[in-house]
Write a protein that binds this ligand. Sequence first.
Ligand code: GLU
Length: 428
Amino acid sequence: MSAELLEDARRALDEASKFVDLSEDAVEQLKRPELSVKVSVPVRMDSGELTTFAGYRVRYNTAMGPGKGGIRYHSEVDIDHLQTLAFWMTFKCALMNLPYGGAKGGVQVDPKRLSRLELERLSRAYINKVADFIGPDRDIPAPDMYTNEIIMGWMADQFSTIKRSFVPGVITGKPVALGGSVLRDRATATGAYVVIDEMLRARERRPEDTTVAIQGFGNAGAELAEQLQNGGYQVVAVSDSKGAVYSAQGLDIKTLRDFKEKNSSDGVYHAYQLTDCEDKNFEQISNQELLTLDVDLLAPAALENQITEENAEEVRAEMIFEVANGPVTASASEILAGQGVEIVPGILVNAGGVTVSYFEWVQNRRGERWEESQVRERLDKKMRRAVSEVEEVAQKEDISLTTAAYVVALRRINATIEAHGTVDYYQS
Ligand code: GLU
């Protein structure tokens, strides 16, 4: 299943290759990840017992700069899965024109079963094991699913302890107090909002006449729901892993978010269920029903592989904005294209997160602390530029937005690989 995920992801690259004059070296280099390490992460549990978890770090390609990408804590994390996620990071960073390659890491663990101290020991132990593979000029981790700024803080602290000097640029998504950037926690949603707003404006669509369903109520989903509602959109459905809530009149997102905050277990994870919210101005539906609602926009902001060959035909939304990485499979995309559904790819929609990570890294290296307005303005500019580049290539070549996004990224990666020196240098 995980190996199929990479094959599926690579289909977008194969399609894009038809529109790029790729060097042989680039084709060869992009075939497989550069580095995949698996480490044993021993953790002293509260009981006194020693438990060993599997930890990983993968770098897919670093032609454009040091590796960049999050660390995921999930029971289904494995090397194949991370290779796909690192592949997406490579193209996401190139699309945004960031001086980074793509990477991803993770630990195979159900983090909700750990106490807060066990979680800290796990995070520090993971850094002990991957310290030789990361660094501000080598590979820069960040948060991903089930990791957050608290965890990034522990990790940055551990790396500095190992190096016996303060190295904030090794990890992004840190608490602001420890050199994190303002807005990083809301960056993915803020970037997604800009993409949605920009694309709808180009299609002469008004927010007030636009209904939205969002799958996922985590860091990205919940913040995006609130921003969209504040922007005048009608957010009619949101969900968590246990179920979805729906209201044809539009949900009260603020109340749902307050409920989530109140039910936060220990500041690291939330122990709540949206459908338990006391404000019952909604109907309860399933996650599957959410994906097939008759809405204008669908924003899957949870996991990979949510819209597949099985349910693609039932999707009734006009546009899908991939807030998660890879929520729509390649085969599902073909079916949806046949139904006239426009898909905006994750490497564009969710790129706000890594973009503000880049700003954090720049601030760390320059010893600066930027104001929120500065970060917001720069993010806005980068997102709008990427949207217009993708739209332009899509129109010029008459291809989907997904293929166009890969074309923009691939052209950049190809040019960089050529500049590093390719076979042509040796043959002439
Ligand atoms: N995990 C996020 C992503 O998938 C952010 C990565 C980063 O900030 O480096 O894009």
